[in-house]
Design a protein around this ligand. Sequence first.
Ligand code: KG4
Ligand code: ZN
Length: 366
Amino acid sequence: MKILAIETSCDETAASVVSFSKGKIDIQSNIVSSQIKIHAKWGGVVPSLAAREHLKNIMPVISESIKKAKTTIKKIDLIAVTHGPGLIPALLIGTSAAKSLSYFSSKPLIGINHVEAHLYANFFCKNKSSLDNFKFPILALVVSGGHTQLVLIKKHLKYEIIGETQDDAVGEAFDKVAKILELGYPGGPIISKLADETNYEEIELIRNNEIKKLFENIKFPRPMIGSDNLNFSYSGLKTSVMYFFKKITAPSPSKKDLEISKRLIAKYFQEAAIEVLVKKSQKAIKKYDAKTFFLAGGVAANSYLRNQISENITIPFNYPLLEFCGDNAAMIAITAHYQYQALSEKKKRALLKNWETLEANPNLRL
Ligand code: KG4
Ligand code: ZN
């Protein structure tokens, strides 16, 4: 079966053709058109700008994915599209395109949950070619710009959200801290690069004693780390960084002191943000006797997080290859494949009418 998948939930316009045959997966194309440069000026994704860019790019991206796969729409067996969660103006572009394609080509159409697709991106990893190699229950930590969730995967397509953020997502916190420090967008890759290049001894290089003292007493909070549930909170940590940075800039630091300070803040922030993720994951593994651990979502690209998880978690640990951590459409295709296989013949036939009824839902839950 050959699936054409489309993803436009946030700031990437993506399309992919993936073919599934006798247990083998062949990613024939995986096109991602990123809007990073457009949103960078604003320090975050602007929904109306995202929609305009998706509208401009959607057909060229779909057409490129079909061309690269050396196929035609006639040879596609199923069209899959992200229909939530995400930004509604962005979701509407992808779902409209998918519905039109489905209508004019008379191909079945299936709506896919973006978070579920991040989980299934774990299929695209280094050592394993099949999810059947992983033992259930799987505990997944979903960390992205929009989500921070602990999800128990009991078996294929059976999920329970056992913990989630009460306010900001962890990726959002990375982005906001980068904005506070005036480092650019998206913040995750910038903050993690700075943090990894820095060591705490750099405090000694700070000339201004007042600033040096602030760093000697620095303690960013680990919100909810000791709470008896599996939830998270990141807005307090972000606010703490903001107040700390205000204190650093108050004595008008030299360019060099300011540069060192930003690097150190990035490191202390990353450490605090990730310590909570690791602690709550350990707690959840124990509570639910999980047999495998998955990392999913854009923040899964963070190497410090991967190291901390592998050092502190004793069960087998898997994460997607780098190109499948962030938003892409190949992960939509693999999820569609599993969803489709589980449908009755009647429900499969009903997908032919989905061009009429499929809705975009910005708050879609797992
Ligand atoms: O999954 P994704 O591409 O889009 C959403 O569904 O949100 O995740 C994007 C998020 C952004 O917040 C970005 O800053 C973060 O993932 N991110 C990272 C890293 N790479 C991307 N955060 C921390 N460290 C990274 N290396
Ligand atoms: Zn995502």
